[in-house]
Design a protein around this ligand. Structure first.
Ligand code: PGA
Length: 266
């Protein structure tokens, strides 16, 4: 069965207050209320999750964690928040391996091994993991393909075929992310990578999970380029950074996905 297009908003360390977070969420709710074929997930800073879950109420919007601890349950791990705690706060998704956390200089230098543990913790708690993969640069010898292959294989090591039903993968080329992006990616580059990732999944898990896992695109997604990535790139959705903080832009991206979803099913 075809899964719905997933439009995810990664708010990162924004906005600065819970009041502003409520305002953005209400704006997104107003603009996405009528959508039927599109799933919306917001990843706010963890301290806002409980409040935003209440506001989202019976709407179709779901909340997720931007990161989870490798440790499960509870214990003496200062500053850590476990996947079980996020589930208890009614988060239902978790990002794992975002490039800003993999980055050794600016972030935490997370390894594939550590991300693998986080995915396992998220799955055990009942969360759907969104695994981020992506190369920092594209070399002429195509070594970046091997890098993506290692990221996918090592992060999904020991994950069962059954658990793959809950997995989501976001391909986010680091060179296309954020204000310092070198350039925008084009839909063909995403489409090639989607086929490549599906092949890795098919070799590892067989055709069925490989076929149903949604592969999202992330990296400077905007209302201007969304349609191209969906129609020509055949993206199963997006992980949106900056434009997810604007209810207007995020709502427009979701609407484009809804329309493209109808087109894909027809
Ligand atoms: P961006 O961020 O849309 O601001 O490029 C995407 C991401 O980091 O997930």
């Amino acid at each position: 069965m075809a899964k719905r297009t997933l439009i995810a908003g990664n708010w990162k360390m924004n906005p600065p207050s819970v009041r502003e977070a409520e305002k953005i969420l209400k704006g997104v709710m107003a603009r996405t209320a009528g959508l039927r074929k599109t799933e919306i997930v917001i990843f706010p800073p963890s301290v806002f999750i409980e409040r935003l879950v209440k506001i989202a109420g019976r709407s179709k919007i779901r909340l997720g964690a931007q990161d989870v601890s490798v440790q499960s349950g509870s214990g003496a791990f200062t500053g850590e928040v476990s996947a079980d705690m996020f589930y208890d706060s009614r988060a239902r998704y978790a990002i794992a391996g975002h490039s800003e956390r993999r980055n050794p200089s600016a972030g935490r230098g997370e390894s594939n091994h550590e991300i693998n543990f986080k995915i396992k913790a998220a799955l055990a708690a009942g969360l759907s993991p969104v695994l981020c993969v992506g190369e920092r640069e594209r070399d002429r010898d195509h070594a970046y393909l091997q890098l993506i292959k290692s990221q996918v294989e090592e992060c999904l090591k020991g994950i069962s075929k059954k658990s793959m039903e809950k997995m989501i993968i976001a391909y986010e080329p680091v060179w296309a992310i954020g204000r310092n992006a070198v350039r925008e990616a084009v839909p063909e580059e995403f489409q090639e990578m989607k086929i490549f990732i599906k092949k890795i999944l098919a070799d590892k898990f067989g055709i069925v999970p490989a076929d149903t896992v949604r592969i999202l695109y992330g990296g400077s997604v905007s209302p201007k380029n969304a349609e191209g990535f969906l129609r020509e790139g055949e993206a199963d959705g997006f992980l949106v950074g900056r434009d997810s903080l604007s209810p207007d832009k995020f709502g427009r991206i979701a609407k484009i996905a809804e329309d493209a979803g109808q087109w894909r099913l027809s």
